[in-house]
Design a protein around this ligand. Structure first.
Ligand SMILES: Nc1ncnc2c1ncn2[C@@H]1O[C@H](COP(=O)(O)OP(=O)(O)O)[C@@H](O)[C@H]1O
Ligand SMILES: [Mg+2]
Length: 247
């Protein structure tokens, strides 16, 4: 099985050389656990070290402006890669209120924005597919799928949507990371919980409290074709991103 580097130093060694190529991996975690950073490592490694273009779909409370600002804190100039055509950022974050200098409030509504009246998961999927083709992307990050799972009332529809997304990404021959908020990953009966059964790999990011200390641990819950340890891997987030402390 071919492997695709994670872009996180030392992590490839834990999973037989990297993510299984052409497959979909789920990264679940609490707020602030490093899900978005995980995605940035993966995409930037592709662009900078492997000449592999990437698509970043941002769906959560992190619209593009905030994403660009955050990445800049890690010394990453996403706008530069975007203008070069090696990165495409697809901003479908939920409709939000914008306050201008005169303190008037407007709610920008576009058809492709989640929360907009015309939003349809099917359309989002074709939009992602179109962007993959346009820049010949090999890596895709959807950050996060949680709002998609909330846009449906029926767990069957959620599963159908996620299956369709994964199917389209598979057919496009890209390696993908989907992020999800922890509570929407592992609720056994929510129907949403099934997402961890649908992907080829699951990495769970956890914050563990021990006395006065708080540690960050990641667990490889499953990874197709990899003999991996189930032992937690301790990590920290520094100004260069995710650093493993366990080797
Ligand atoms: N430049 C930075 N230097 C050090 N730590 C950072 C930096 N930027 C973010 N962090 C840490 O990473 C966390 C956010 O990571 P992020 O990937 O956005 O998490 P998530 O997407 O899971 O909410 C912050 O709460 C902070 O602890
Ligand atoms: Mg995030």
């Amino acid at each position: 099985m071919d492997r695709v580097s994670t872009g996180i130093e030392g992590l490839d060694d834990h999973i037989n050389g990297g993510y299984p190529k052409g497959r979909t991996i789920l990264v679940s975690g609490d707020p602030g656990s490093g899900k978005t950073t995980f995605g940035l490592h993966f995409l930037l490694d592709g662009i900078v070290n492997h000449k592999e273009n990437g698509v970043l779909v941002t769906l959560m409370e992190e619209p593009k402006e905030i994403l660009l600002e955050n990445a800049a804190e890690f010394g990453l100039d996403l706008a530069k890669y975007e203008s070069e055509g090696s990165l495409c950022i697809l901003d479908v974050s939920p409709v939000r209120v914008v306050v201008d200098r005169e303190m008037t409030f407007t709610i920008p509504v576009e058809g492709s924005a989640l929360g907009a009246k015309g939003f349809h998961v099917g359309e989002l999927i074709s939009l992602i597919n179109k962007k993959i083709m346009e820049i010949n992307a090999k890596r895709v990050v959807i950050d996060s799928i949680t709002p998609l799972t909330l846009s449906r009332k029926d767990p069957f529809e959620v599963r159908y949507d996620l299956n369709t997304i994964i199917g389209v990404l598979d057919a496009a021959l890209v390696t993908s990371l989907l992020t999800v908020e922890s509570e929407h990953c592992c609720e056994a009966y929510s129907g949403v919980g099934t997402v961890s059964y649908l992907t080829d790999g699951v990495i769970s990011l956890r914050t563990v409290r021990e006395g006065n200390e708080v540690r960050r641990n990641m667990e490889i819950v499953k990874m197709l074709g990899s003999a991996h340890s189930l032992k937690p891997i301790e990590y920290e987030i520094t100004n260069t991103g995710i650093q493993l402390k366990t080797r």
